[in-house]
Design a protein around this ligand. Structure first.
Ligand code: HEC
Ligand code: HEC
Length: 395
């Protein structure tokens, strides 16, 4: 081949390559795939987990007596299995005249189930004297394994509970006791950062959302239903997701594998506007809480070993004036964990209770610790504001 021909061919290949590359970037790249580079064995675990996450359970398998969904995927399905969703969960409690809040019973339970299995005689009532009713939107699970691998120390180092640096932002690490190990950990999953691990969250969700007890959460939870009623409504012996010493737990170990290996949503194509918007995001102080990237710790597993996690969150608890009046784990009634913003373009409605329809609505609701950042947003020129929103839409 002559040199000019080779060069022309090279250029052609380059152009076609750029074209295909460009197209591939413009096509809506749906999340839902496993992390790149997992081994065939891990892929098999991921698939098994996906099957279980999607599997519709029945009363015979332990569903209920009261529950919120028949499978994990019922609520985690936008834009694909493992995502968020539009079914809001209900919590309730009391706030007294002094502003103090408490749960529905001594144990502090606040979850109200929306559904029940036939004969429907174990459907909890919302007591008529509650003073707080809160709703919670599902949180997408894309990239959750990387979030789990961020060391506690990283989050503790970001925390500034007494606002010593006087920037008005005082994130608090949610110290929780991990149900599986008994260890004190920094919670990071859930709107209240109520769990530190995917195993614990999945086990809690299996019991809370589906009424399927397991060895980490061995007793049914259905507020106001007595033990005697419960034996009648759901005669299946607890724990319903029985550990099999020879293998894995049918449900909760499989959920863990699925969530752990679920890849984050890739970013959409970034244009000049979005790049400028990213600088504005930092300049007005959004990045104080929506920290652009954290790192996983050192791990023997190469996929989790010192990897960047571009999640746009510090995973800390903040009071930005949107608190839901529910105390839970380490979180006060006024506190909500900073949500990650990766995959934001797939997520509506916004905020913990789904009360914001647009990104701008969500930003304009920021007060308290985020007062300065919100004012910064309000003061932006129309062009800068548009660039900031373009950046957020690219996530
Ligand atoms: C009825 C709807 C519903 C069902 C069913 C459901 N979830 Fe969720 N999920 C939610 C809601 C709502 C939240 C946020 C809850 C909160 O923070 O209090 C959530 C949050 C989560 C989180 C935290 C993610 C994060 O990054 O913070 C995990 C993990 C999770 N769910 C796993 C599961 C698993 C596993 C199942 C099945 C066993 C399941 N969910 C079933 C609604 C549901
Ligand atoms: C002091 C910490 C803090 C600062 C500063 C902050 N945020 Fe937030 N942000 C939060 C918290 C906490 C929530 C969740 C509030 C809720 O759901 O009630 C949130 C929610 C959001 C959401 C909705 C995400 C979702 O999944 O529902 C968006 C979008 C957002 N913030 C963007 C921004 C932008 C843009 C800025 C800068 C103008 C900013 N935030 C500044 C803490 C902060």
């Amino acid at each position: 081949m002559t040199r000019p021909l080779a060069a022309a061919l090279g250029l052609w290949v380059l152009l076609v390559g750029v074209h295909i590359h460009g197209r591939a970037q413009e096509a809506p790249r749906l999340p839902g795939a496993p992390l790149g580079g997992i081994t065939p064995l891990e892929f098999a675990e991921f698939r098994l987990g996906l099957d279980d996450f999607t599997e519709v359970e029945t009363a015979e398998e332990g569903l209920g007596p009261a529950f919120n969904g028949t499978s994990c995927a019922v609520c985690h399905n936008v834009p694909t299995i493992g995502g968020g969703g539009v079914i809001l969960e209900v919590r309730a409690g009391y706030r007294d005249s002094g502003g103090r809040t408490r749960g529905l019973n001594e144990a502090g339970d606040t979850l109200i189930h929306m559904l029940s299995i036939p004969s429907h005689s174990c459907q909890p009532l919302i007591p008529d004297d509650v003073t707080v009713i809160a709703r919670r939107a599902p949180i997408p699970l894309f990239g959750a394994g990387l979030v789990e691998a961020i060391p506690d120390e990283t989050l503790l180092a970001l925390a500034d509970p007494d606002d010593r640096d006087r920037d008005g932002v005082s994130g608090r690490a949610a110290i929780v006791v991990d149900v599986a190990t008994g260890a004190r950990r920094v919670g990071r999953f859930g709107w209240k950062a109520q769990h530190a691990t995917l195993l614990a969250f999945g086990a809690d969700a299996y019991r809370n959302e589906m009424g399927i007890t397991n060895d980490l959460f061995p007793s049914e939870l259905a507020f106001g239903i007595s033990d005697a009623q419960m034996r009648h409504c759901d005669p299946i012996p607890d724990p319903e997701d029985r550990p099999d010493p020879a293998t894995r737990r049918r449900g909760i170990d499989n959920f863990e594998s699925f969530m752990k290996f679920l890849a984050p949503a890739a970013r959409a194509r970034v244009d000049a506007d979005a790049l400028a918007g990213e600088r504005t995001f930092a300049a007005v102080g959004c990045a104080a809480c929506h920290v652009p990237s954290l790192m996983t710790g050192s791990s023997r597993h190469p996929l989790f070993d010192r990897r960047p996690v571009p999640l746009f969150s510090d995973l800390l608890l903040h009071d930005i004036g949107t608190g839901d009046g529910i105390e839970q784990a380490a979180a006060a009634a006024s506190e909500i964990r900073t949500p990650a913003l990766w995959g934001l373009r797939f997520r509506r409605p916004l905020l913990h209770d789904g009360s914001a329809a647009t990104i701008a609505d969500a930003i304009l609701r920021h007060r308290g610790e985020a007062e300065t950042a919100r004012r910064g947003f309000e003061r932006l020129s129309p062009e800068d504001r548009e660039a900031l929103l373009a950046f957020l839409r690219s996530l």
